[in-house]
Design a protein around this ligand. Structure first.
Ligand code: HEC
Ligand code: HEC
Ligand code: HEC
Ligand code: HEC
Ligand code: HEC
Length: 176
């Protein structure tokens, strides 16, 4: 199982390198994993109001800012802490489902803005531990009504900083 996976990855890397040096340039220029500018969310969640005006720290909600669909964005539980009571007026769109006992538990299905292809290895941890601000990669999120990418996150973006800071540029540090 593991062996097979490793073999697949090795083949994938080889294929990619070949692709990059020729035919694939056109195919890859589509880059389906590029950050999205056109994402609509099921709830009009505002970072400006939460992280900006109300100064809630990024990591209060993004407790595990690392690769995973569910650990990256906060669970509904996080919202309930502040929005669970009926007292807060204009928040009906958010509170109604949780206070309606006939409705089963649910998680909000947020759509992703940032993605990387499967052949890239990226984790937040070493970056956050090295003291790099969220904004370096994601822009001034605390001013955004809706999350919009500011930087095109591609290989060049990663390598530029790694070169400047003397961090590894080994292909296999970032590619499986
Ligand atoms: C630490 C407290 C806190 C947490 C956690 C929190 N909020 Fe809020 N939220 C607020 C405050 C404060 C406001 C501003 C209320 C106002 O201005 O009337 C707000 C406003 C809102 C609004 C209305 C914004 C608008 O455009 O008027 C929505 C929608 C909302 N929050 C959704 C969420 C969701 C979804 C979550 C969980 C991912 C969440 N909130 C987590 C405190 C919080
Ligand atoms: C109150 C909770 C809360 C706080 C505080 C918060 N976020 Fe978020 N964040 C969310 C929620 C919910 C989403 C998913 C919905 C969306 O994209 O707006 C999200 C999405 C994101 C995304 C897009 C993820 C993706 O690829 O889809 C980024 C980047 C992000 N947050 C960065 C930040 C940064 C940087 C800060 C601090 C300046 C911050 N967040 C503070 C709740 C929060
Ligand atoms: C060095 C650049 C960099 C820094 C610094 C950074 N991020 Fe990210 N972030 C990314 C990349 C790249 C992705 C896409 C990851 C993927 O698809 O695997 C991402 C994805 C996310 C997501 C989507 C869910 C997930 O975990 O994949 C959230 C939320 C997020 N970042 C929040 C933050 C917050 C909050 C901080 C600061 C505490 C932060 N990021 C710092 C590059 C960065
Ligand atoms: C703004 C600078 C910056 C950017 C942008 C950046 N990195 Fe890093 N990266 C670092 C630093 C600093 C470290 C920590 C090195 C350490 O812990 O010694 C690191 C560590 C890493 C590591 C762990 C390396 C190891 O030796 O274990 C990987 C993997 C990595 N980055 C991948 C990426 C990827 C993929 C991207 C682009 C999506 C990216 N980085 C973008 C600065 C950056
Ligand atoms: C610091 C992290 C990092 C290192 C080191 C790195 N890459 Fe990448 N690479 C990425 C990221 C992120 C992507 C996906 C984003 C993009 O399309 O540029 C990528 C994409 C690619 C692609 C897909 C084609 C393309 O350009 O979109 C190929 C092929 C590739 N890398 C080969 C290599 C080779 C060969 C090396 C070693 C010389 C290397 N990479 C080193 C981060 C890295």
């Amino acid at each position: 199982m593991n062996l097979n996976l490793n073999l697949n990855r090795t083949l994938l890397m080889l294929a990619l390198v070949m692709f990059a040096s020729g035919v694939g340039v056109i195919a890859f220029s589509q880059r389906p994993w590029a950050p999205r500018y056109d994402i609509e969310q099921p709830i009009p969640f505002s970072h400006r109001i939460h992280a900006g005006v109300n100064k809630i720290p990024c990591q209060y909600c993004h407790e595990y800012a690392r690769r995973s669909q569910t650990s990256g964005v906060p669970p509904v539980q996080r919202c309930v802490g502040c929005h669970g009571s009926q007292k807060s007026g204009g928040l009906l769109a958010v509170t109604r489902p949780w206070t309606d006992h006939k409705q089963s538990n649910f998680e909000i299905r947020w759509n992703r803005v940032y993605t990387l292809p499967d052949f890239v290895r990226y984790t937040h941890r070493p970056h956050i531990n090295a003291g790099i601000a969220c904004q370096t990669c994601h822009g001034p999120v605390e001013t955004m009504e809706r999350v919009r990418p500011v930087h095109e996150i591609n290989m060049g973006f990663c390598l530029d900083c790694h070169a400047k800071r003397g961090v590894t540029q080994d292909c296999f540090a970032c590619h499986h």
